[in-house]
Write a protein that binds this ligand. Structure first.
Ligand code: SIN
Ligand code: MN
Length: 212
């Protein structure tokens, strides 16, 4: 597998997933976001609408409180759907391929349409023990290419731009765990034709707590 270390603890794995694998995952993502507990557009603290449709699996991330919870108290009160076992296995394998361990218990699944984007932020709502242990976030991209911004530990630090294409994995743990990141835009029409997907799915796997 092609592994590019973009910063200490941060790894880009271009084309980590075969097209068949991508297709199966896209089918699963489509079913999930339009399922019984559907994806929704979160309104975050301060009142801004996010520019993605979000569905949390395993645990729900509450965008009003920036905290995890079992049910969607900021939206419809429904419970977060379970994290499928093969999603967890995929996250573990990706982490292992860069020498990290991850027993993911939650995944944030986002759908970006042609106007989708996400501002620079840190992933820091997992437990302090999980973050201190440097347990990685494993990100999988499917569909349209994203311009992914990867910065430093301070918001104003310089930012590098990477193109995350369909089938790519991006993993940030260890010293990179709290680096700022975001998506400035996607590039519509770049998804592999075989996926028949207009837009982009991104899955980020995390481990809420660190068990000793
Ligand atoms: C995120 O940081 O939550 C999403 C990143 C991405 O869509 O690539
Ligand atoms: Mn993030």
């Amino acid at each position: 597998m092609n592994v590019v270390e973009v910063a200490p603890g941060a790894f880009h794995l271009p084309r980590a997933l075969s097209l068949d694998r991508q297709r199966a995952l896209v089918d699963r993502c489509r079913a999930l976001v339009d399922g019984e507990v559907p994806a929704y557009v979160p309104v975050v603290r301060g009142g801004g609408k996010m520019h993605v449709r979000m569905l949390c699996l395993g645990r729900h991330w509450n965008g009003q409180r920036y905290a995890y919870e079992p049910t969607r108290t900021d939206f419809d009160g429904l419970p977060a759907p379970a994290l499928p076992e093969h999603f967890r296995a995929l996250a573990r394998t990706c982490a292992e391929s860069v020498g990290m361990t991850l027993d993911a218990d939650l995944c944030i699944l986002n759908f970006y349409d042609g106007d989708g984007r996400m501002g620079l932020h840190q992933d820091k709502d997992e437990t302090p023990a999980s973050i201190a242990a440097g347990l990685p976030v494993v990100s999988i991209s499917l569909g349209d290419t994203a311009r992914f911004l990867f910065g430093g530990l301070k918001r104003r630090d310089p930012v590098q731009t990477l193109l995350l294409e369909s089938g790519d994995a991006f993993i940030f743990g260890g010293a990179a765990r709290l680096r700022y990141h975001g998506v400035s835009r996607t590039i519509p029409g770049t998804a592999p034709a075989e996926l028949a997907l207009a837009g982009r799915f991104n899955l980020t796997f995390r481990q809420y707590d660190h068990k000793n």
